[in-house]
Design a protein. Sequence first.
Length: 244
Amino acid sequence: MQEEISLLELWQMLRRHIGKIIGTTLLFAILAVAWMVLFVQPSYVSNAELIVNQPNSGDQQNIQLNEVQTNVQLINTYRDVITADSVLKQVAEQIGDTYSVKELENAITVNQTQNSQAFEVRVTLDNPENAQTILNVLIDVFSGTLVEIYKGEEPNIYVLSEATLNPEPVSPSLPLYLVLGAFIGLFLGLLWALIAELSDTTVKDEAFFASLGIARLGDVTEISTKDADATRITSQRQQRSQRK
């Protein structure tokens, strides 16, 4: 029974402060979107898909299963080659040092489909054209580096999909910021309502006295300043009439 009363009181509290809660939720949702638009740098992605086979001096017409598995495992090595400082330094030099080696390292990701010889190289930057250009340069430098690694034996590099130009940003996400801002606003609105209820020591109904076992003897009505002034004027007029 006590739990039902507590839930009822909670519902009544929410109803009393519903305007504050809704207002705070909307306010923080708007602030989150404004923050995203004004202060968060959008990011753009360019990606390409490659297949690289190790040089093989044997019969290329009959590719054995172990050779395929070796090529799949070599993708981890290719990932290390792509993100190596020596490769990224060459890329930075060819693009005019627009981005540092550290920035390029943070912008490049290599993803592999499970049990596949194909892998994706992705560049995420603040400009879609720069992302595409850097990815093309990276593929060229990567190809040349593999030639040096294999000591002149040209590796089999196939570009399944060229570096893309995507003018649509991948981040920030408007729905995500909107939901996050609304959630923060809702939480603060509920917290505000709870603090307001806990700090309110006024007696709102007779049930409060009943819960304490106190008998209600009477009411003291609060009179506004306007009503008090009006009462004084009326009293003074009555006194003057009586004197006359």
